[in-house]
Design a protein around this ligand. Structure first.
Ligand code: F6P
Length: 491
């Protein structure tokens, strides 16, 4: 590696110097990833090959931000016209929703984390125009989430967007039903009701059946994974809150990162550098987890978004060749600095486990208050200090409690400013990192069969909880689960 991926083609600056990897070791890593078919696989990703083998699907979230509209073929058909139609639908919604006070976005996982993060992050950008609409993200089946949302929204001037790739997800469908009931109780007429209901889904039939009007359904496609879907109409609230031009800027930043990832040589490829350094830490330092610390309160949700992206994509035991893999996803955690320093940084500095850190810092101050520059300088000083302390450590002459081992690998990612364009680039950087890690691990990063069992088991448990008198319903459970159900059902 050229020590820093100081690549003019990327909107971001990735500094891997504190990974402690010399040029010979970088060369070894490049050889490893090339032997695993990286260049071929990257080409296959962008060209619409069905690299999600278990589901026989292409993986084309990159087409969603292909603003030039160059043809992208799936099964011989150009998918760009369909994507452009949805862009027009999004723009129309922006015009139609003028005067609306509240938007309730109902979705979970990949149908929630992305737009929630972006709406939170861009809130601080003073250069971005904002509409006065309040966007409420409703995800949890816990009724407290619903209660809080409904308490804040005004039924007469609300629009409800049900966002679900499958339109079958329990939490989303239950929340949608309950919101519908709330609207009905607010004495809305049938026409009013059907005018305010929108859906974003691949399952148009189910949305129609639910009562969403055809013209209020914004489609997406099976070649968009849920955790990669913020670039589709799943990101509609971003456009509604900040305007369609800002949404397009978000796509443009991601597209710039796509171009960098696709075209930059492997020695200067930022997503690849992030993946290789983490992979090396897994192999050489037995690393099991990674901390992501954005020094920006506005990016506090970034680690949560990344958790799903990385752990749902690469948390696998078996590889594409159906054999057990040597290693796969680390666990990802994190939150905004400096707050995180006052929480788990003790362990990062002196714990027995090595936890690599990705620091994310923004060059421009994050507010326009008169004191912003002073705050920002101190924020950045803390970020740089933590990075240095982890890497270089400190040997106290007499006191081991005040000795820091150092040699704790970390990376610094700089954004010039936190705007839609750079945020798009940052999120795409990590999407491609996840892809590269999948290549290194040898797994299919685009399916998630491991989430099914728990969903399946919840159904009979719900039945048993709902019918305490029917002891036959307990027959199929192990003793521990049975005793828990019985305890819950005690009067
Ligand atoms: O349970 C996991 C999952 O399938 C995620 O992969 C997905 O992002 C989420 O549920 C929501 O799925 P949907 O968009 O189909 O409601």
């Amino acid at each position: 590696m050229t020590n820093t991926a100081h690549n003019t083609e990327s909107p971001l600056y990735v500094d891997t110097l504190y990974q402690g990897i010399n040029s010979f070791q970088w060369r070894e890593l490049f050889d490893i990833v090339e032997k695993k078919g990286f260049s071929e696989k990257r080409k296959a990703l962008f060209s619409g090959k069905k690299i999600n083998q278990s589901e026989n699907r292409a993986v084309l979230h990159t087409a969603l931000r292909n603003l030039q509209g160059d043809p992208v073929l799936v099964d011989g058909e150009d998918i760009m016209p369909a994507i452009q139609t949805v862009w027009r639908q999004i723009e129309q919604c922006c015009n139609k929703f003028v005067g609306i006070t509240d938007i309730i976005h109902i979705g979970i996982g990949g149908s929630d984390f992305g737009p929630r993060l972006v709406c939170d992050a861009l809130w601080t950008d003073d250069s971005v125009a904002k509409t006065s609409v309040n966007v409420h993200f409703l995800s949890n089946i816990d009724s407290a989430d619903l209660a809080r949302t409904l308490a804040r929204a005004k039924p007469q001037s609300t629009r409800v967007i049900i966002v679900s790739k499958t339109f079958t997800t329990l939490e989303t469908m239950q929340n949608a039903q309950s919101v519908l009931k709330w609207l009905t109780e607010a004495k809305l007429t049938k026409t009013q009701l059907s005018n305010l209901l929108y859906a974003v889904t691949t399952n148009t039939d189910a949305a129609l059946q639910f009562g969403v009007k055809e013209e209020n359904i914004l489609p997406f496609w099976d070649w968009v994974g849920g955790r990669f879907s913020v670039w589709s109409a799943v990101g509609l609230p971003i456009a509604l809150k900040f305007g369609f031009d800002t949404f397009k800027q978000f796509l443009a930043g991601a597209h710039a990162m796509d171009q960098h990832f696709l075209n930059a040589p492997i020695e200067q490829n930022q997503p690849l550098a992030l993946a290789l350094s983490l992979y090396r830490n897994q192999l050489k330092r037995d690393v099991k987890s990674q901390a992501i610390i954005p020094y920006a309160q506005a990016l506090n949700l970034f680690p949560t978004w990344l958790q799903q992206l990385e752990m749902e994509s690469n948390g696998k035991t078996f590889g594409l060749d159906h054999q057990p893999v040597a290693t796969s996803s680390v666990s990802v955690f994190g939150s905004a600095g400096t707050n995180a320093q006052h929480s788990y940084f003790q362990m990062l500095h002196q714990g027995t486990q090595v936890v690599p850190v990705d620091f994310i810092a923004i060059k421009a101050p994050l507010s326009n208050l008169p004191c912003a520059e002073e705050h920002h300088r101190q924020l950045i000083a803390n970020c740089l200090a933590q990075s240095q302390a982890l890497a270089q450590g400190f040997r106290h002459p007499t006191d081991q409690n005040h000795t820091y081992s150092g040699n704790r690998p970390n990376t610094l990612i700089w954004l010039a400013r936190l705007d839609a364009y750079n945020l798009g680039a940052l999120m795409a950087l990590y999407e491609h990192r996840t892809f590269c890690l999948g290549v290194l691990y040898g797994v299919n990063s685009f399916d998630q069969p491991g989430v099914e069992l728990g969903k399946k088991l919840a159904k009979p448990i719900d039945q048993a909880l709902a019918n305490p008198e029917d002891t036959n319903l307990l027959a199929g459970f192990d003793d521990i689960t049975k005793s828990r159900i019985q305890w819950f059902n005690l009067p």
